[in-house]
Design a protein around this ligand. Sequence first.
Ligand code: UN1
Length: 492
Amino acid sequence: MPAKNLGIENNNLYIGGEWVDSTGGDSYEVRNPAHRHQVLAEVQSAGIEDAESAIAAAKEAAAGWASTPAPQRADVLYRVHELMRERFEEFARLITLEEGKSLPDARGEVQRSLNIIQYAAGEGRRMFGYTTPSESRDTVAYTLRRPLGVVAVITPWNFPLAIPAWKMAPALICGNAIVFKPASSTPLSAIKLTETFVEAGLPPGVLNLVTGPGRSVGDYMVNHPDIAGISFTGSTEIGAKLYSQAAATLKKVQCEMGGKNAVIVLSDADMEQAIGSVALAAFGSTGQRCTATSRVIVEESALDSFLEGLVERTRGMTVGDGLDSCDVGPVASEGQFEKIMEYIGIGQAEGANLLHGGRALTEPEFSEGLYIEPTIFTEVDPGMRIAQEEIFGPVLTVFSCRDLSDAIEISNDVQFGLSSSIYTSDVRKAFRYIEGVDAGMVHVNAPTLGGEVHLPFGGSKASGVGPREQGTEAVNFFSEVVTAYVDYSGGT
Ligand code: UN1
């Protein structure tokens, strides 16, 4: 299959330092969401035997990697950083081809991956413990960090490079060995990332890649006694199940899950800024981003002018193949397409007003891909399903509120708590909001999107369990703290 044209040498699994075919001989096609007939590659599909071999290989390699000094582990990451920078455009293109997001968004994703790899490499010369006076004489008390052992990294399709990078880089710098299971629809960035780690000199067995549709392989890893930790990003439904299953073998778990992120726009806000940011965060990356804006709560007196500006801005957004410098690419898969269209139908049936969009695009230029118009619902009641459930597509719900406290109440009235934002020029209201809003990430006069790699990333309530990702929090997840007491009194 043509994967070599895409800058990938292997369509296989990577286990114990070898690129291998799956034991069962199964493979599957990866297609371009902008041109569904275009098969990008035929990729090996791992089964349970392959997962077992990957776990065994990781287990065997774990001790050697753990005893490699962390600054030397960092050298591998610096080399990955260098190679990835050289291949920047290849990575970006690959992300657009398999996921559908626009090329500028894909470039942003590559840059983010570079940032996290560089940041994690720096941790190799920090990885701090602390010393503290002991209550006993002639005793030194201090803490140090130790890797967990073998960890599973289970990642979604919407950031096929950055999410693997921001889990793998901290896992590796802390000295863990990895079994990596990327989403089945976007394995190509994962393969290329793995190739880059191999080329950078990661010892065999430290990173193992199992591609393919995942239920049985995922379950197998989640239940396996030799896996000490799992870092998962995906739906709340799967995360909740994984969390409870993993408890049986007492694994350390980090789940980064859904969101229903709200922006509050107060009447004293800079409206142009608020409108631009809501449009970008709701419809950019086709809304397929856990930090996308899916609700906007506008103070009554500003609602009409806000909506007028928002519709105008949204009309100006171009939809198309991500390679053709458009604003909104296709949705990533048939499953996503159906789910989003179903929610648009639900919103109408619930009595919300479809202010803009709502259509699947079927004109000839869209006929090969999975395209949905950016969609805005107004007159949304907080109890409606479109107000409560994660749609994960270019669908925005608009609410009106009386004042800040009413807005915070609406914002908090969902099961999720990932990211949130307020637009206001009143600093007192901004701080009240930060205090009152239920979310792991809070923005003032900035979109709900993203985050910087040296700061914690994650959410509360149904959006996340376990320590946050990224920043020093990632080190907390991927290492155990050991407390050491050394008595040098000689017994006197
Ligand atoms: C971002 O929005 O920039 O799955 C990152 C997701 C999140 C990552 C979002 N875990 O969309």
